[in-house]
Design a protein around this ligand. Structure first.
Ligand SMILES: NC(=O)c1ccc[n+]([C@@H]2O[C@H](COP(=O)([O-])OP(=O)(O)OC[C@H]3O[C@@H](n4cnc5c(N)ncnc54)[C@H](OP(=O)(O)O)[C@@H]3O)[C@@H](O)[C@H]2O)c1
Length: 171
C-alpha cells in the first residue's frame, strides 16, 4: 500500500445513516459548517473518490479537485482528464495510481458501497465523521459487511452549534 493519507469523510445521522434512500441528494440535511469542512478537506487533498450513485446525486464534478468515480462500466463514460475520471479499478489500484501521480492525500467521499470497499481492504487511515442532530430510523448505513475494527480518537470538535466532528485514526 502506498504511503498516503486516506481519509474517509462522511456526515452521519445519530443513528449512523448517510442517507434516507440511496438516490437522495446527499447533503440536504447536513449543516453548512459540515459542507464547509467537506470542501476544505477535499480541496486540501486535491482528489476525492466516490461511487457512481453518489456522483449522480451531485451531478457535476466538484471544481478545483480531481473527481474519481468508481463504476464497473467505466468504458461507458467520458473522462475529462484531471477533472472527472471514471474507473473500474480496485481501491488498491486507485491509490497506487494516485500515489504515482504525486497525490499524498485522498478523500474517500462515499457512499456506503465505496466506504465499505476501502475499509474492508484495510486502506483507510483517517475517519472524519460529522454527527448531525437527526435520526432517520432507516436508510443507507455508513459502512456494512466489515469485520469489527477498533479505532483511535484523535480529535473532537463542534461544527457550529449542534454538529460534532470526530477524527479517528486506524490503529
Ligand atoms: N452523508 C454523507 O456523507 C454521504 C456521502 C456520500 C454519499 N452519501 C449518500 O450515499 C448514497 C449512495 O451510496 P451507495 O452505497 O448507494 O452508492 P455509492 O457507493 O455512491 O455508489 C455505488 C456504485 O459504485 C460502483 N461500485 C461499487 N463497487 C464497485 C467496485 N468494486 N468496482 C467498481 N465500481 C464499484 C457501482 O457503480 P456501477 O453501478 O456504475 O457499476 C455502484 O453502483 C447516496 O444517497 C448519497 O447521497 C452520503
Amino acid at each position: 500500500m502506498p504511503d498516503m493519507q486516506v481519509s474517509l469523510v462522511a456526515a452521519i445521522t445519530l443513528d449512523g445513516k448517510i442517507a434516507e434512500v440511496s438516490d437522495q441528494v446527499s447533503l440536504d440535511w447536513t449543516s453548512k459548517e459540515d459542507k464547509r469542512f467537506f470542501v476544505q478537506k477535499t480541496k486540501e487533498a486535491g482528489v476525492l473518490v466516490m461511487g457512481r450513485t453518489t456522483y449522480e446525486t451531485i451531478g457535476r464534478p466538484l471544481p478545483g479537485r480531481l473527481n474519481i468515480v468508481m463504476t464497473r462500466s467505466a468504458g461507458d463514460f467520458t473522462n475529462e482528464e484531471n477533472i472527472l475520471e471514471y474507473t473500474a479499478q480496485s481501491p488498491e489500484e486507485i491509490l497506487n495510481q494516485l500515489s504515482s501521480r504525486g497525490f499524498e492525500h485522498v478523500v474517500i467521499a462515499g457512499g456506503s458501497q465505496v466506504y465499505s470497499l476501502f475499509v474492508r481492504a484495510g486502506l483507510v487511515t483517517d475517519y472524519f465523521i460529522t454527527v448531525e442532530p437527526i435520526l432517520f430510523g432507516k436508510g443507507v448505513p455508513l459502512i456494512e459487511n466489515i469485520s469489527p475494527t477498533r479505532l483511535h480518537l484523535v480529535e473532537k470538535k463542534m461544527l457550529g452549534e449542534e454538529a460534532v466532528l470526530l477524527h479517528y485514526k486506524s490503529l
